[in-house]
Design a protein around this ligand. Structure first.
Ligand SMILES: Nc1ncnc2c1ncn2[C@@H]1O[C@H](COP(=O)(O)OP(=O)(O)OP(=O)(O)O)[C@@H](O)[C@H]1O
Length: 283
């Protein structure tokens, strides 16, 4: 696999010139992601309940927990597809959904602020969400050209590298409907990487795939985790993937983290009764 085209590289000194370096905004004084007493309500239903957690730069974190415990909501808040009801999410110390007012207080973010924030974050969804009317290459170049303002030739060259990386060089001119589910998910991964995000959000990315296609997609994501500095937050029911790829597992229940630790600790010696019940049900 051509991992030399992965963004951003663990060892930037040996990265090819066309690989975009680690963004200048990175600031090691803050965790990359911080949820600070985040509340999310839908009507009276409290989905996230004063949620606190943080993710360090370069960490690969798996979110586990029963259905309805709020895992996807966390990713959607990070993607700014939803707004917090209370509390603050910070990226590199900067409020994601709020802006600092001149008097030091926080006010809701403008659309421009949200657009800038979104550029740092890529997401891969369960259902691929490719643009059906666009060929594979255009699916990947669309956002870099139109959101980042990247030169089209450069975006296409980069898209071809990424298609090589995900093993789909032969499908550049295909439409999504001509691809298998696994191939579509590889294109979606390439599309997310094309934005050179600092954070990659993965929401049950293998759940919609036929069983025989799951291993290939997980192997690709494992390569990306091992060979890049991208921070990953991953919601998955694939516990082997969580074990292989993540350094930290967060166990959620009722909108809170009930337990966190290394995969070895959580899977072999969970402390919390809810974690034990959940793992007994899924393992
Ligand atoms: N747009 C919405 N309107 C109302 N309730 C919602 C909405 N989106 C999510 N919810 C509720 O929020 C709760 C958390 O949903 P979420 O999808 O985050 O859970 P999850 O842990 O990802 O579950 P699963 O593992 O089944 O995907 C659920 O009870 C869900 O019904």
């Amino acid at each position: 696999m051509a991992t030399d085209s992965l963004p951003p590289q663990k060892n930037a000194a040996t990265a090819p010139e066309d690989v975009v370096a680690v963004p200048a905004s990175r600031d090691s004084a803050h965790p990359l992601v911080r949820f600070d007493k985040v509340v999310k309500r839908y009507g009276d239903h409290v989905v996230l309940d004063q949620l606190d957690f943080s993710v360090e730069r370069g960490e690969h974190v798996t979110l586990i927990g029963p259905s309805g415990s709020g895992k996807t909501t966390i990713l959607r808040l990070l993607m700014t597809l939803e707004k917090v009801s209370d509390g603050v999410i910070r990226i590199n110390g900067d409020p994601l959904t709020h802006m600092l007012a001149t008097d030091g207080s926080l006010k809701p973010a403008s659309e421009k602020h949200l657009r800038e924030a979104r550029k740092k974050i890529g997401m891969v969804f369960q259902q691929f969400n490719l643009f059906p009317n666009m060929k594979v290459l255009q699916n990947i170049t669309e956002a870099p050209v139109n959101v980042l303002g990247m030169d089209r030739d450069k975006a296409e060259a980069r898209a071809r590298e990424l298609l090589d990386l995900v093993g789909l060089s032969a499908k550049t001119d295909a439409h999504p409907s001509q691809l298998s589910g696994g191939q579509q998910q590889r294109v979606a991964i390439a599309r997310a990487l094309a934005m050179e995000p600092e954070i990659l959000l993965l929401d049950e990315v293998t759940s919609a795939l036929d069983p025989e296609l799951v291993a290939g997609v997980l192997e690709l994501l494992g390569d990306i985790a091992r060979n890049t500095d991208i921070t990953m937050l991953c919601v998955t029911h694939e516990m082997n993937f969580a074990r292989d790829v993540s350094e930290k597992v967060l166990m959620f229940d009722a909108g809170r983290v009930v337990e966190s630790g290394s995969p070895e600790k959580i899977f072999s010696d969970p402390e919390h009764e809810r974690t034990r019940e959940f793992l007994n049900a899924v393992l």
